[in-house]
Design a protein around this ligand. Sequence first.
Ligand code: CDP
Ligand code: MG
Length: 714
Amino acid sequence: MAAFLRPGERQPGAFGVSFDADRGNAGTAVLHNPNARLALSDQRRRLPVFEHRREILYLVEHHAVTVIVGETGSGKTTQIPQYLLEAGWCASGRMVACTQPRRVAAMTVAARVAEETGGVLGREIGYAIRFEDVSTPDVTKIRFCTDGVLLREMLDDPLLTRYSVVMVDEAHERSMATDTLLGLLKKVLRRRPDLRLVISSATLEADKVAAFFDTATLRGKAAAAAGGLRRTPALLSVAGRCHDVQVHYLEQPAPDYVRAAVTAAADLHATGLPGDILMFLTGQDECEAAVRMLEEEARRGRRERASGLRLMPAALYAGLPAAAQLAALEPPPRGYRKVVAATNIAETSVTIPGVCYVIDCCYAKVKVYDPLSGMEALLAAPISRASAAQRAGRAGRTRPGHCLRLCTEAAFAELPAASVPEMQRAELAGTVLQLKALGVDNIMAFDWLAPPPAEAMVRALELLHALGALGDDARLTRPLGLRISELPLDPRLGAALLAAGRLGCAGDMATVAAMLCVQSVWFAGGGERRALEAAKEKFAVAEGDLVTYLNVWKAWEASGRSGRWAHRHLVNHRTMLRAADIRRQLLQHLWRLGIKPEEVEGSDDAPVRRALAAGLFHNAAQLAETTYESRDAAFAGTHVYRLLRSTGPGLPPRLRIGAASVLARTRPQWLVFYQVQLGAGGFHDMTDVAAIEPGWLPELAPHMFHYVRDAARG
Ligand code: CDP
Ligand code: MG
């Protein structure tokens, strides 16, 4: 394949793309960060937000709500909380909260700010993500946390009295938790005239958010008590200091964008031009596959001779253990060129220094919810042009850069301008339950930033009712609903855990739930697919993935939590350690609720599967056709499952067991699953599956399955 670009030349490359070769700089050592030599305090002063420091402090003092828009990298996240601290907003024991939609962002930003303030992470500057709190009561002044963690805090402290300022960061992402938080904060502001809200965003959609808060945030007495506080939100725009990024497109569509991305990276590497490469792919599998291919490239080393640099590939995705995520953000050693294969986690929330080239597949994995069938699935969908612009911007942080979009220019023009907020395309049960627990009884009338579809709300209420979390009056049940809402788990898993308590296997269920929280149990990186299959095979049971997780856990425990054991069985040791920590916390919750975390003796896993069915009955399915007549030969012989519950007037989803499942070959007649992914041929691929007995369902969810018992008999 032709070179992507060569030093000193302007030449069309493999995709008909040409780059302006870097003038005079070609072939020199990778320049990571021109600011690296500057003292941290000088770096701080050079950031675009610094010029607005006084203005920001003035606005926050005089407005209940301040909306700040600025390019990624302008210093919003790291600087504004520090300005607030310096200006005395953390006096008398109060804190500044800064929320992030992603946990990796909360961790890295906290570490950076701790470094800038010369402190130790976890003392004055801390962070909190689900299952991990690195902050110190009465000492921590700035607390970075995920928006989900702050929502959970509101259960104990609805008015967030520990905080003087809440900064809702990355608001442009419009995550479900961000939207929920903004809706609730609007209520809190009415009760707390002393609270300040800062909303920061990377795009100009911010005026929508500002308009949302513009309806006289403070009323009556509260406004009077607040003195001269302005009701209208302040809007401030911070000019970025980004370098030019030249955008390139393919001339022909690429059939396999992972391979196309790897080839483009390798070609680019061969030129020897300095600068790291960031590629955007959609998920863990793709990132790991790209890293494997790049490692292969590096082993062959042909292109390295030309470049004088060595390739250093790294993956970056949400399911990756924290330490590995942080490692992917570190600058590479001298003489290496880093290539980070990332999901849209790298779009705005984290800083990867030294990136000059972005390769964008123009897709992202998103949740899509079909309110008719009540099914939520993950789907790799084209991103919006706004997202693509953010991604391209990652190349222009330290100097002019290049972005290659792996689609044609014509296809790009067809992309939607902006993304749909998660609230309007995802499943709502968790959010609705939280709102109910916070006393928002009429969720239809809740002041939504963007209201979710009414159908989706009705489905969420139905599910919560079926789980027993809501009563016939649609209010939170006590103690069950309250308990489910207090567990830091998806309501379905929470219900399963509480059911396990009744069935004498809460300890086992806590294990399964913890393993589901960490996602990547198997060590995919570097390992071969066949070896991985063989490793899984050793723990696989006909009862499904969820019971298999339990076996992996037990064997790892029996080995004394040995890293060597994990390595030998291609189990991700760091993931297991994290699962162990999550499990420990779930057990604490159980003790607090007076539930003994019992484990089933011997190999009888029926109680655990029963408990799983008690939480996941909504996703119970039956093998419907053993072969599927398809005109497309690729799908002939597919085993199709159908959901057991009624799915309304639309076409019922056609389910099949996903390739990653240990049940891909055995196929039980009846099962429950935890997740689905929209796959090829319009199938819903089920992952994390457990075999069940159909007779359990009418017992566990009588109003949903009164007819199943007869069907099972017949
Ligand atoms: O939030 P925003 O995207 O506006 O910027 P930021 O995250 O506050 O980052 C400001 C600057 O701090 C970046 O341009 C980086 O140079 C630096 N930074 C860093 O070096 N390491 C981090 N973990 C975070 C920020
Ligand atoms: Mg930021």
